[in-house]
Design a protein around this ligand. Structure first.
Ligand SMILES: *Cc1c(COP(=O)(O)O)cnc(C)c1O
Length: 368
């Protein structure tokens, strides 16, 4: 089947493949949490989440409460860990039973006060420990004060204690990661002495699963791996990108030496060349970073580099050596042209390229 408009194919069979690859790295008892923040890393929340539920996912995580509401609106009732709760979202959090990550004593106090005012008890929460990323999290010295706060309230129940690694994909930072894991152990042990339940423990993201399987504890959190990227060519091989972004050639131009292409005459032809104009631009998430040959598309399986500057709605690519015509398709990313490689060529990462893919691009679910 061919489509004549720009679209992102979401391959649910590839998602299932990645899910099983990750599961096989885990102890059968270890729970798997799927990170589906930012529209499932730019893919499509509903279809991805539903498929993961069918596969047996244990938990979801999102960054912000409206993303959790989106899951609930799609009738997903799996537990949702909310990574970055804001006081402005407390109402949604409670109404949708999203489980906030409490990352500071201030936030703990604030949330307890909110719940107590509504006479709520045993609301499920997660305690975030800052083991070295220095982004969000309680410190070791907060543990004792947290215990005192917990002793005085029935409002919250701690479902898990977790932390986040700063460089789990980087073999040169192995010692730093091991130190993060040791700090996490110490915090958990301090806190756990005074709790009447035993919370789940988790610290690994996708690269952690690949590189530090001994630290999987009770649960692991995977985002990028489920979408088919392993942050390392050796792990990429085991996974399949679930998205393929396709666009269409709308016009061909034959240029003479000295003629220029695009805004600000971004490219000057040094000899005769042929360009194809494609129906995708920076408003779709193909940043200007990919201009001037940093990014390329595939046409009839051959690489066509982006020529000059990326426009808002279009790019021009070099098809001098490719026999093609308007109406034909171009692949912008997919298993045959991984987002990781394109991103790296432009000095960024797969995460940014994928999450930038704008809502203007039509999503089409295949192999469901
Ligand atoms: C985004 C995020 C993840 C997922 O990381 P991946 O590298 O995509 O697996 C896990 N944990 C936290 C706290 C996150 O913010």
């Amino acid at each position: 089947m061919t489509f004549d408009e720009t679209h992102l194919e979401i391959n649910l069979e590839a998602l299932a493949h990645n899910y099983h690859v990750l599961r096989q790295k885990l102890d059968p008892k270890t729970l798997l949490l799927a990170v589906v923040k930012a529209y499932s890393y730019g893919h499509e929340t509903a279809a991805v989440a539903r498929k993961l539920v069918a596969l047996g996912i244990n938990y979801f995580a999102v960054a912000y409460a409206p993303e959790g509401l989106l899951l609930r609106n799609h009738e997903i009732d799996t537990p949702v860990l909310l990574l970055h709760p804001l006081p402005a979202h407390f109402e949604t959090i409670v109404a949708q039973r999203l489980e906030p990550s409490l990352y500071s004593l201030d936030l703990v106090r604030h949330f307890i006060t909110y719940l107590e005012a509504r006479r709520m008890e045993q609301f499920p929460v997660h305690i975030k420990f800052n083991s070295g990323l220095n982004r969000l999290g309680l410190s070791q010295s907060d543990a004792v004060i947290l215990q005192e706060l917990l002793a005085k309230t029935k409002a919250i129940r701690i479902v898990s204690v977790f932390s986040h690694l700063a460089a789990s994909e980087d073999p040169n930072e192995r010692d730093f990661t091991l130190d993060q894991i040791a700090r996490f152990d110490a915090f958990y042990d301090t806190l756990n002495q005074k709790l009447d339940n035993t919370p789940l423990r988790h610290i690994l993201n996708t690269s952690g699963i690949f590189n530090f399987p001994e630290a999987q504890y009770d649960m692991v959190r995977s985002g990028i791996g489920l979408y088919g990227y392993g942050n390392d060519p050796k792990f990429d091989q085991e996974l399949v990108p679930i998205a393929r972004l396709k666009t269409v050639i709308t016009q061909i131009h034959h240029l003479k030496a000295g003629q220029t292409v695009g805004y600000n005459r971004g490219h000057i032809a040094d000899q005769t060349m042929t360009t194809a104009t494609l129906a995708i631009g920076h408003a779709d998430g193909i940043s200007r970073l990919y201009g001037h040959g940093k990014g390329a598309v595939l046409i009839h399986g051959k690489k066509a580099p982006i020529v000059g500057n990326v426009c808002m709605d279009m790019i021009m690519v070099d098809v001098t050596h490719i026999d093609c015509k308007s109406g034909e398709e171009a692949i912008v990313l997919g298993p045959e042209l991984p987002a990781s490689a394109t991103a790296e060529a432009a000095g960024t990462i797969s995460y940014e390229l994928l999450t930038s893919l704008s809502q203007r691009i039509k999503r089409i679910v295949v192999n469901s």
